[in-house]
Design a protein around this ligand. Sequence first.
Ligand SMILES: [Zn+2]
Ligand SMILES: [Zn+2]
Length: 287
Amino acid sequence: MASHNLAHITIDDLDIIGYSVAGEETVIAVPQLDVCFDIGKAPDQCVPINHVLLTHGHMDHAAGIAYHLSHRQFCGQAQGTVLTPPSTIESIRQILDAWGRLDGSRIPANLVPARPGDEYRIKPNLIARVFPTKHTHDAVGYCVIEHRKKLKPEYDGLSGPELVTLKKQGVTIDNPVEIPLVTYLGDTQYVDFSQLDYIKNSKILIAECTFFEDEHTERADAGRHMHIDEFAPLLERMNNQHIIITHLSRRTGVGQAKQLLRNALSKETHRKVTVLMDRKNLTPQTG
Ligand SMILES: [Zn+2]
Ligand SMILES: [Zn+2]
């Protein structure tokens, strides 16, 4: 039996599996992209995933990092890679060293500092781009971007052999294009993310909204989280096809949050939205 009962959303050829409750745990894996956004308490389902993209060092997002890396070794997996803000590297290193001493064997890890603007290659055609958020002082978010080649319009309609001939002559027949697949904001207070095209146009947006009640506006500012009053208008400016909402607090039930989202969003935007921890995304655990 798996350690966690995770929510599961399938969007075309991608599975989004995860758990997210503010202050408790947040972990969201996309196995086909070989990435896990934050690690929460290290669910078993994330063991085969080679890249953890940490947004910041808060316990609810990072507590399981040593267990995850160690358990991968136990299961015969190669050393894992962790992208994480520069200020967290030394502390994570110390945690890994301490657990390594307690456990009697060193925990292998490739710790990579993630600074805004950095790009990290996950697969030959896939990169993770780092962007700044507003939470801890160097908190970041990630966009996983696929690189594809698109035939230049002037060669549209040519046959396969004709294209091969052009290629043999050294003609560049295609342009590189970027397809932003999944963007994960992590924890953040309001930032106008629609200003960055690759976030605005990302096929899937995974975004936090922690506060929903009117009287919680100040709490949202103090904790550097998103409040629905800013979040809803932001979503109206985005072009994402699917929006997954995470990091609800226990103060607001999922049913209540869904109602408030329905009231706050246009019909068109509301159709794209799902709350990760909605019961419909959680399957009863068996086995
Ligand atoms: Zn959090
Ligand atoms: Zn946090």
